[in-house]
Design a protein around this ligand. Structure first.
Ligand code: IFM
Length: 465
């Protein structure tokens, strides 16, 4: 989509049905800071980011956006943006500093204050229980590679629901278990920084088991809207050659189908199971597990950023792949513009993805829980951030969602990633995804041009109801 077309879309008015909502998303470790306040325990991301060589410029989430102290200001910003909904995550270690056992009331009180501020501002809270920050105490006992972590996750879900279930309507168990397992335990690019294919496969299954157990715990406690957020990267073969087609199949299997199919059908894809067994990294499924994993959910959270082009290589790449047994596979961006993350801008693949999900999980409503892009975003002399690339990305991807909906995809709402610039994990603070610019020296927040465009789009949509 060209810039002119996207502007025309913005001016053309709402293209979404009544009830469709617009929100923005964040995650605890990326924005909260205040890591040693009110009894919070250490998480794997504290350990990882403080380990030399793990993050860009040795950056950490120690301060981040200081949201723990500035949450009221941030909720006011959301209200100014006219957001219908806000997706945030709870830091497990604020609630259970050792991961299990002793509950830290001050941590729960913070989230209660945040949720109450949102409700007062008319913004619907969408709570994610796990966005990558496993208590270090649990990692020390094996982390997600250990089955017990799944049980502890369900206990944690029950504690949070008991404190906030009366005021939070929408609950998500996990954010992007692909990253928690494969980036964290296989590629070593994320916390806990392990490079162990067998541990990674164990982590995959225990995360999904934890999702199912937590879903059951939430339901027993009375939750009526429970979902899980998965990230999807469509994989296209670089050529019709059989080896490239097979490489794309393998990566699609491990990135997309290995997480989706167990949740919606109760089975791991047979080809993925065979690939993992051949790599000496079996999924540790026990009797009855798959029924738990497939505990029905009310919605599927879809995170989409870009698509990849996959080729089979004659030699191992030498780079740490997140995918098990993928040393001879190259996974690249298609030609064309890329964001500062090096990710392609491919809205058309978003439509295709949503149609594919519609076909794989008919009848399961979808929510776009993340979509967004990072750009240089330098403020001008007037202090404004004219982020036209983000506006184009945003409108192009919203058009892709609308297109999929017109073709039968049941999408209920859209969360922009992210509300504000934040700690982009191993890539640190240089990657700016926010609708709102953050000056990390002063913690000053400045809505970018994209924030105004998004606000106008949401407003026109509301007025049309
Ligand atoms: O910042 C992350 C987020 O935490 C999870 N999904 C992808 C985003 C951009 O990389």
């Amino acid at each position: 989509m060209t810039t002119t077309q996207t502007r025309a879309l913005a001016d053309a008015g709402p293209t979404f049905p009544p009830g469709f909502f617009f929100g923005a998303a964040t995650a605890a470790y990326q924005i909260e800071g205040a890591v040693d306040v009110d009894g919070r325990g250490p998480s794997i991301w504290d350990t990882f980011s403080h380990t030399p060589g793990r993050t860009a410029r040795a950056e950490t989430g120690d301060v981040a956006c200081d949201h723990y102290r500035r949450y009221r200001e941030d909720v006011a910003l959301m209200a100014d943006l006219g957001l219908d909904a806000y997706r945030f995550s709870v830091a497990w270690t604020r609630v259970l500093p050792e991961g299990a056992g002793r509950v830290e009331q001050r941590g729960l009180d913070f989230y209660r204050r945040l949720v109450d501020s949102l409700l007062e501002a008319g913004i619907t809270p969408w709570l994610t229980l796990y966005h990558w920050d496993l208590p270090q105490a649990l990692e020390d006992r094996g982390g997600w590679a250990d089955r017990d972590t799944a049980l502890r996750f369900a206990d944690y879900a029950a504690v949070v629901h008991q404190a906030l279930g009366d005021r939070v309507p929408h609950w998500s168990t996990l954010n992007e278990p692909m990253c928690s397992s494969l980036l964290g335990y296989m590629a070593g690019q994320h916390a806990p920084g392990r490079r162990d294919p067998a541990a990674a496969a164990r982590a995959v299954h225990h995360l999904l088991l934890g999702h199912g157990l937590a879903t059951r715990a939430l339901r027993e406690a009375g939750a009526e809207s429970v979902g899980v957020t998965l990230n999807f990267t469509p994989m296209s073969p670089a050529s019709p050659a059989a080896a490239d087609v097979d490489a794309a199949r393998r990566l699609d299997g491990q990135q997309n189908r290995m997480f989706l199919l167990p949740v919606v059908t109760g089975e791991y894809p047979a080809d993925v199971v065979a690939d993992l067994d051949a790599a000496g990294a079996p999924l540790p499924v026990e009797d009855g597990d798959m029924d738990v994993v497939a505990t029905p959910v009310d919605w599927l959270g879809v995170n989409y950023y870009f698509r990849s082009v996959v080729s089979a290589l004659p030699e191992p790449t030498g780079k740490a792949s997140p995918f098990i047994g993928a040393e001879r596979i190259d996974d690249a961006a298609p030609p064309g513009p890329t964001t500062t993350m090096g990710w392609a801008v491919t809205p058309e693949a978003f439509t295709e993805l949503l149609l594919r999900l519609r076909d794989i999980a008919p009848g399961l409503p979808m929510v776009i829980t993340e979509n967004g892009s990072a750009w240089p975003d330098t403020p001008g002399v007037d202090g404004r951030v004219a982020d036209h690339e983000r506006v184009d990305y945003l409108l192009g991807h919203l058009a892709a969602v609308a297109d999929a909906m017109a073709r039968g995809a049941d999408v209920r709402g859209y969360f922009a990633w992210s509300l504000m610039d934040n700690f982009e994990w191993a890539r640190g603070y240089a990657q700016r995804f926010g609708l709102v610019h953050v000056d990390y020296d002063t913690q000053r927040r400045t809505p970018k041009h994209s924030a105004a465009v998004y606000r106008d789009l949401a407003r026109r949509h509301r007025e049309s109801r």
